[in-house]
Write a protein that binds this ligand. Sequence first.
Ligand code: FE2
Length: 302
Amino acid sequence: MTDFPAIIPGGGNLAAFLKGNKAAVDDALADAGALLFRGFDVPDPMAFDAAVEGYGEPGFTYEESLSNAVRTNVTPRVFTANEAPPTTEIFLHHEMAQTPLYPSKLFFFCEIAAEQGGATPVCRSDWVLERLEQAAPEFVARVEAEGVRYTNVMPGSDDAGSGQGRSWRSTLSVDDRDGAEARLAELGYSWEWLQGDVLRATTPALPAIRTLSDGRRTFFNQLIAAFRGWADRRNDPNRSITFGGGEPITAEDMAPAIEIADELTADIPWQAGDVALVDNFLVMHGRRPFGGKRRVLASLVA
Ligand code: FE2
């Protein structure tokens, strides 16, 4: 069985390594789904930025994304992974699969490893789907046929105290309500304005299962993270996900997927200087709670 995540040990300049070994790196990534480059000389965000450039694929920017996380750009291609508080667990998800716009791959860089906890859990989504088709065939058939909808309640200005705290202004790249409504209509969302400059937005039905170019099928969605984690002052996880037809997805519906994914999850145990590359169509990721200072940066590939 493939090591997961696969560790690529090395030394010296990671940018040069990625540039010189692009095809082999991509083969290894297709095989494992997640690679950990360890022992290379990546001291700071600039070196990480250079490594991402060395890999040579176009970036997917945070500004144009519909991500719900509050982040801060560090270099043009590098930003903080999620500003949510250390005690907040971020549950398994495919990056931005709750929106119609998502990156194909993610780079992570550990600048400072947490004193306790703080690993990045990763989980093969093709393996999850294979098991889930045995355990809950009706659920899989239904999300495949109907798709799924996500409802998110967004504040008027960024709330870094929440994993879902990005404001609607920032999320939609607009200044006012008219602009927000135009953008939502263009994306096929429905919406409702709530008290206190707060916006509740519901996506159109989005696919919950994806077939990769090589035929593998994955549980490509944000259901686990939305169901387990979209809880803050504004968001109730029990109202965050529905089948495409509008019926709620219940705790009972979600239990098998959550249990199987937990069983198949492996941790990336960060050391300072580590860089990971994750195939966003094949592998889910999250963030364990942590203690002490931790700085993990991210960069997305279009
Ligand atoms: Fe993420």
